[in-house]
Design a protein around this ligand. Structure first.
Ligand code: XIL
Length: 345
């Protein structure tokens, strides 16, 4: 079992990540609306530690727009109210993705939707959702995971029906609905696949050159103990270069976690050893040192963890059910030594 200390993330005498990194990085987490219930212990963690929040699932099209003529905003509304009442910034995740998107988007009776029908549905969805929270949700993951793992555009249903056109159209629709929101293109493995980082850099460069309102690349950063830090830095630096084309361009870390299993390894529960503990602490400290470097250069301003603590992390269920220990806050909200390492930077 990963090493835990005897103090929780909301103990009065422990550091607050949001305070420690104030004016350097905005620190956040993915949550679910049950965490926001007045009596939930999670609320105490959130209020003490985090300055920005993402909904882990409940703002995705599958939940918000289950049928063409029916939106469901109760949970998203609740999230936005919680943020406003507690002075916490909010991210909208996500408008266009191949995952957790209801099938009706792509159908027209018994056949596939046409190019124009799909784009008009997409625009209607984006305008309705973004304008509802105009001025209240500061950042949107407009596009999620549009690239293939080996580089190039993903051949999702979006791409097969609408070709590349859905990419700029999504940003224009979001910008029209809230011109002040930060609009993000978000993806995973950008730090570990050179091909993917190259495709992202080329895609965003051409979007910017064509006047498409894209403001940031979101790096999900689902990392593991074996992630190559030199490659990570190189790929992130490549994406940071986009600032040449647009001075206020940003990178964001949007879904940070650090699995103890290699990418593609579906092994069962491992026994946590001192080696794992050492690697975990070193990697988190090295990462945050790098984030601080990027923040000083003005290119990175927010780092969001994917989950509130190890016990609720999606990595206990993906890609297979097994115990994982990917966050700085352990089960039962007990803090890990790595939390104190990071808070000391
Ligand atoms: C995941 C959630 O954490 C899970 O609860 C859900 O079952 C599937 O989606 N990249 C993303 C996130 O952009 O939306 C995903 O979230 C994790 C990978």
């Amino acid at each position: 079992m990963a090493q835990l200390t005897d103090r929780t993330a909301y103990s009065p005498d422990v550091p607050s990540l949001k305070e420690v990194f104030r004016n350097r990085l905005r620190i956040g987490a993915a949550v679910n609306t049950w965490d926001l219930e007045p009596e939930a212990e999670a609320g105490r963690v959130i209020r003490k530690q985090f300055g920005i929040l993402t909904l882990e699932n409940e703002s995705k099209p599958l939940y918000v727009h289950p049928e063409e003529d029916r939106y469901f905003f109760d949970r998203f509304d609740k999230f936005v109210r919680f943020g406003e009442e507690n002075g916490i910034a909010l991210r909208g995740h996500t408008l266009v993705w191949h995952g957790q998107c209801p099938g009706w988007f792509f159908r027209d009776g018994d056949s596939d939707a046409s190019h124009d029908l799909l784009l008009s549905r997409m625009k209607e969805h984006i305008k309705t959702v973004v304008s509802r929270y105009r001025g209240r949700v500061a950042v949107w993951d407009v596009l999620n995971e549009v690239l293939r793992d080996e580089g190039g555009l993903r051949e999702s249903r979006w791409y097969r029906i609408a070709g590349e056109d859905y990419i700029p159209a999504a940003f224009f629709a979001a910008c029209e609905a809230d011109p002040d929101a930060r609009l993000v293109i978000n993806d995973y493995n950008l730090e570990s696949s050179e091909a993917k980082a190259d495709t992202m850099a080329a895609l965003v460069e051409s979007l910017i050159r064509n006047g498409v309102p894209v403001d940031a690349v979101g790096l999900q950063m689902h990392l593991n103990l074996y992630t190559d830090m030199e490659l990570l830095k190189k790929n992130v630096r490549k994406l940071a270069e986009l600032r040449r084309l647009k001075p206020d361009f940003k990178l964001e870390v949007t879904e940070l976690d650090l699995s103890c299993y290699r990418w593609g390894d579906n092994a069962e529960d491992l026994i946590w050893t001192e080696e794992h503990e050492r690697a975990f602490r070193e990697k988190y400290a090295a990462l945050f040192r790098f984030y601080l470097e990027l923040s000083e250069e003005g290119i990175l301003d927010s780092v969001v963890f994917w989950g509130l603590n190890d016990g609720v992390s999606w990595l206990n269920g993906f890609p297979v059910r097994r115990r994982n220990y990917p966050l700085l806050i352990g089960r039962n909200n007990l803090l890990k030594p790595a939390f104190f390492d990071v808070a000391g930077l």
